[in-house]
Ligand binder design. Sequence first.
Ligand code: FES
Length: 154
Amino acid sequence: MSKTIDTIINKFTNSDRDNLIPILQEIQNAFGYLSEEAIVSVSKHFDLPTSKIFGIATFYDQFVFKPKGKYHILLCNGTSCHTSGSKKILTEIEKILNIKDGETTNDGIFSLQSVNCMGACSLSPVISVNGKFYSKINLIEIKKIIKFYQSLEK
Ligand code: FES
């Protein structure tokens, strides 16, 4: 893994702080998440403490620090979706999968992440599973959607 991390980091020849977010984005694109090893490598490149890099990365919703599940659920918690009941949907997903927002199931099949507006407010509340959008979700539909992905694993 570290060879790829180094390759990504070395593409950015200087340690200008403007490169920090693009480097983190490229690493996440390559691995699906930011590992501890990646944070350490980036901190060396910028000559900053790992706590600083971690602090910056956690500020942005887009970064995750654990491997995603095979089915990665993004749940919109922006204003429109929130008003349309996204919190109840989130609670239902957490209950069914027995994980909290930001976590991955022990078997690595599902992960859940709430995010800000996904740009489909008129269709709220919305979720996506591996990029496939589901709109105007309710508590009955979310159960069906999760059941569908669970059935693919049987
Ligand atoms: S607030 Fe959810 S799509 Fe905009």
